[in-house]
Design a binder for this molecule. Structure first.
Ligand code: AMP
Length: 281
């Protein structure tokens, strides 16, 4: 197994990937914003199964934050992250700084329509433009053949899949299942920002989602179960619910029955932390 290399410049990265390409090796990329947990590591394991070379990128992308405090408070744990990746057979951790990614004069924006108008797109102005722009750059910078994304951010997964097809980026996007804590809470770097108290309350989100999904599978009434779930979340300490909606998997349009494959999507605030989750119905 080769040693983990931390690469901070595009020129060094290109030198490495050029040799891999010449040798005909399949390159997998796992884009992250760091503060790595087992959810991220599951993407790396999947990438290892399918690719000869693995690049994990760590970049807290300012363009995808619509709130300056969120960007400032986002956890940054590079030393611990590298220690977690070293035993997994990752070849390169690419950690560009802002200047590498968005040099002076940078003025290109990648924007999708439709898929980006709902859910997180409706609540976080410019968020998915920021994601699409950085992912396009990361795909081209890493020369990746395959890219691994979590279903935890299902809308993002749909958007990135579409983006790669639309722009002929030549990267196959692979979706991987959401990894959860023992109590059901979806693993997330933002969970580090929860207090001891709110961490105890946080699994109520997935509990209410599972309850609504079970009602739908049993042929129950969506409106009534939905209203009940919202009330339960308020009681559980969630201050605001950005969305708690059932949508069709293919085009993310709103649905109230399960005639088409559907997922339940939620984003809610707990103790100043925005938690998101989604499950198949
Ligand atoms: P982030 O660092 O939050 O931008 O996430 C980087 C990648 O890890 C994205 O593709 C996420 O969807 C994925 N991810 C985050 N949390 C989880 C999780 N709990 N299970 C699986 N994948 C995840």
């Amino acid at each position: 197994m080769s040693a983990l290399r931390i690469v901070r410049t595009l020129s060094e990265l290109r030198e490495i990937t050029r040799a891999w390409k010449m040798a005909g090796e399949v390159i997998g990329v796992v884009p992250t914003m760091g503060a790595l947990h087992d959810g991220h590591l599951s993407l790396v394991h999947r990438a290892k199964e399918e690719c000869a070379r693995i690049i994990v990128t760590i970049f807290v992308n300012p363009k995808q934050f619509n709130n300056p405090d969120d960007l400032k408070n986002y956890p940054r744990t590079e030393v611990e992250d590298a220690a977690k990746l070293a035993p997994l057979g990752v070849d390169v951790v690419y950690v560009p700084d802002g200047e590498q990614m968005y040099p002076n004069g940078f003025c290109t924006n990648i924007s999708l329509s439709g898929l980006t108008d709902v859910l997180c797109g409706a609540h976080r102005a410019g968020h998915f433009d920021g994601v699409a722009t950085v992912v396009t750059k990361l795909f081209t910078q890493t020369s990746a053949d395959r890219a691994f994304f979590g279903e935890k951010d299902f809308q993002q997964l749909q958007i990135v899949t579409r983006l790669s097809l639309d722009l002929d980026l030549g990267v196959t996007v692979v979706g991987c299942p959401t990894i959860r804590e023992e109590d059901g809470l979806a693993m997330s770097s933002r969970n580090l920002l929860l207090s001891d108290r709110t961490r105890v309350w946080a699994p109520r989100l997935i509990e209410e989602m599972e309850k609504l999904a079970a009602t739908m599978r049993a042929g129950g009434d969506y409106e009534a179960a939905h209203a009940e779930a919202l009330a339960a979340l308020k009681t559980a300490g969630f201050t605001e619910v950005d969305y708690f909606e059932m949508r069709a998997v293919d085009d993310l349009s709103l649905v109230t029955d399960v005639k088409r494959p559907a997922r339940l999507f939620a984003a809610a605030w707990l103790g100043g932390v925005r938690l998101i989750d989604n499950i198949a119905v």
